[in-house]
Design a binder for this molecule. Structure first.
Ligand SMILES: [Zn+2]
Length: 238
């Protein structure tokens, strides 16, 4: 499996950056995983929009789906399958109304199996202010989980179990974790999730541009050593 990071920032990008979006390639298929701001331009540095076999939206917050509203205007040769949560209604219904998208709703426990390719894609609902799903890819003998957005959840840690790579929402430092409930994991919680799951590697993403990346990495590595912060326009082999 190949993971190309198109956008790693959230909830807004650094100058020259993009918000959450990745290109996942496995068994000859190209899957756009989230489509945050700036992603539509970035993905075309790697493939034509007509080459996309599927689009998965973990949730319908703008930093994960903004460019889908722009993709509506692109003259795609064939409708592209789009998997997305059923809510919030306005975002869902607007995207579903586009004839260039063949939309299907994601539900808890959904598994898309492609036996001929030996690929499966499964989903697990996360804890976030809007309906959101983590995604697990199994292909080419490897497994890879992307959390979407989530605060800490044992359910998510279970979903990540034994994955070769987990790429987790790392929106805050532990020091920013007061009594209130945050919409994202802290980096420490992401590292704890990877450790509990006995994952092979942890990729930190959803990076807030106000943070120093070294501070984020230090907090994670104290709990889970095999951690990196993903970098945009970079390819990772899983
Ligand atoms: Zn979100």
């Amino acid at each position: 499996m190949k993971l190309t990071v198109l956008g790693k920032y959230g909830p807004y990008p650094k100058a020259g950056g993009a918000t959450t979006s990745y290109l996942v390639e496995c068994c000859g298929k190209k899957i756009l995983l989230d489509a945050g701001s700036g992603s539509l331009s970035r993905v075309q540095q790697y493939c034509s929009l007509d080459d996309l076999d599927m689009i998965i939206l973990t949730h319908l917050h703008s930093d994960h789906c903004a460019d889908m509203f722009v993709l509506r205007y692109a003259p795609l040769k064939h409708p592209v399958p789009v998997y997305l949560p059923a809510t919030p209604a306005w975002e869902h219904d607007t995207l579903c109304a586009c004839e260039r998208f063949k939309a299907s709703n994601i539900t808890e426990g959904l598994e898309l199996a492609f036996p001929a390719l030996k690929v499966s894609i499964s989903f697990c609902q996360t804890l976030h202010p809007v309906e959101c799903y983590a995604v697990k890819f199994r292909a080419e003998g490897k497994s890879f989980v992307f959390s979407g957005d989530s605060r800490y959840s044992d359910h998510l840690a279970g979903f990540c179990r034994d994955a070769d790579v987990v790429m987790l929402d790392s929106g805050f430092l532990n020091e920013d974790h007061p009594q209130k409930i945050l919409p994202h994991m802290t980096v420490g919680e992401a590292a704890q999730t990877a450790k509990t799951a006995r994952a092979g590697k942890l990729f930190l993403t959803h990076i807030n541009p106000t943070y120093c990346e070294q501070d984020l990495l230090r907090e994670a590595c104290a709990i889970f050593q095999d951690t990196i912060i993903v970098q945009e326009k970079t390819e990772y082999i899983i």
